[in-house]
Design a protein around this ligand. Structure first.
Ligand code: BTN
Length: 332
């Protein structure tokens, strides 16, 4: 059963952020613990997938320099837009979505962000678990409050995907696209997933927690535990670092939420379609009752519903996060 990290692990890993060797003795002294404790903690980090080199006489170093999350650096990269957010970074939590929903119940304000270095029970769409890697993922959630009822939040999930694709594309040579409703793909492999959880009345007010998980550098064991094709920023050659990336995602999320509140999803529809990874392709939809439907992906409507054109040329709209979509090979 995965668990919260020991409280002294992240402070120790932060001492190793530069990717250089640090002696066990110096680390132990800095953190007021024994050398055996340093050694045990680093073993635990390795078991979570973090690559660490240990060399007799030189000490320990991270195989890849780590950009541990730092609230001041995120705020610095956000500039004036930092005023829209209340940012909290924690070392370890079960799920940032669950914890932020709880904070929302206690009155957390619009724009509250919870980011975690480590999630031990990350939640994915359709009741699945979400795998993230210590130092090799970005996992965060943002709380947005709306005057409107939950019905008006239909396009939020797609808008969030668009925001993440924009943020990645600012830093990447490989263009990120979107799979309805909001998976971020690069070359048909999944780079990021988004889970939107909403609460409120049909008349409003309402709130949404938008949770984003992004693959930065996935260790081999984690990749094997994921039952679909995945890609990470390291293999895409993106070197901007997690703090910069988090700030870019927050800035773009703020932009799409402002537009959504003012004009609805229709204002973002054309841009979403320009990122659509399956536009005009044959696809299969699996509905919540397990029925499957085949057709051609015809885009999205003004509320963010998926448009499927069947063999007889009829186009129908499908809503809801419980629907799954997969590309289908064209018949020869
Ligand atoms: C998906 O299944 O594609 C959605 C994955 C969403 C994962 C993120 S990680 C941060 C936030 N906290 C969670 O527990 N889930 C979301």
């Amino acid at each position: 059963m995965p668990q919260r990290l020991p409280s002294s692990l992240l402070p120790l890993l932060r001492c190793l952020a530069d990717g250089r060797f640090h002696s066990g003795e110096v680390l132990a002294e800095r953190l007021a613990m024994s050398r055996a404790n340093v050694c045990n903690l680093l073993h635990q980090a390795e078991s979570l997938g973090l690559a660490i080199h240990a060399l007799r006489g030189r000490g320990y170093r991270l195989a890849h320099a780590a950009d541990w999350l730092d609230a001041d650096r995120v705020r610095g990269a956000l500039g004036a837009r930092a005023a829209h957010f209340t940012l909290r970074i924690v070392d370890s939590v079960d799920s940032t979505n669950r914890a932020l929903l709880e904070a929302a119940q206690r009155g957390a304000p619009d724009g509250t962000v919870l980011a975690a270095e480590h999630q031990f029970a990350g939640r994915g769409r359709r009741g699945r678990a979400w795998q993230s890697a210590l130092g090799g993922s970005l996992a965060f959630s943002v709380l947005w409050r709306f005057d409107a009822g939950i019905a008006a939040l239909g396009g939020l999930s797609l808008a969030a995907g668009l925001a993440v694709a924009r943020a990645v594309n600012r830093h990447s040579r490989h263009r990120a696209g979107l799979k309805w409703p909001n998976d971020v793909l690069v070359g048909h492999r999944k780079l990021a997933g988004i889970l939107v959880e909403v609460q409120g009345d049909s008349e409003g007010p309402s709130l949404a927690v938008v949770g984003i998980g992004l693959n930065v550098r996935l260790p081999p064991a984690q990749r094997e535990a994921i039952d679909q094709a995945v890609v990470d920023l390291a293999e895409m050659g993106v070197t901007c670092g997690r703090n910069t990336l988090l700030a870019a995602c927050l800035a773009e999320l703020h932009d799409v939420v402002v537009r959504l509140r003012r004009d609805g999803f229709r204002a973002l529809r054309a841009e979403w379609e320009a990122h659509h990874a399956h536009a005009g392709a044959p696809v299969t939809l699996t509905l919540p009752d397990a029925r499957t439907l085949h057709g051609i992906a015809a885009g999205v409507d003004e509320r963010g519903a998926f448009l499927l054109t069947d063999d007889s040329g009829v186009t129908r709209a499908f809503h809801g996060g419980e629907i799954s979509l997969r590309p289908r090979r064209r018949q020869p």
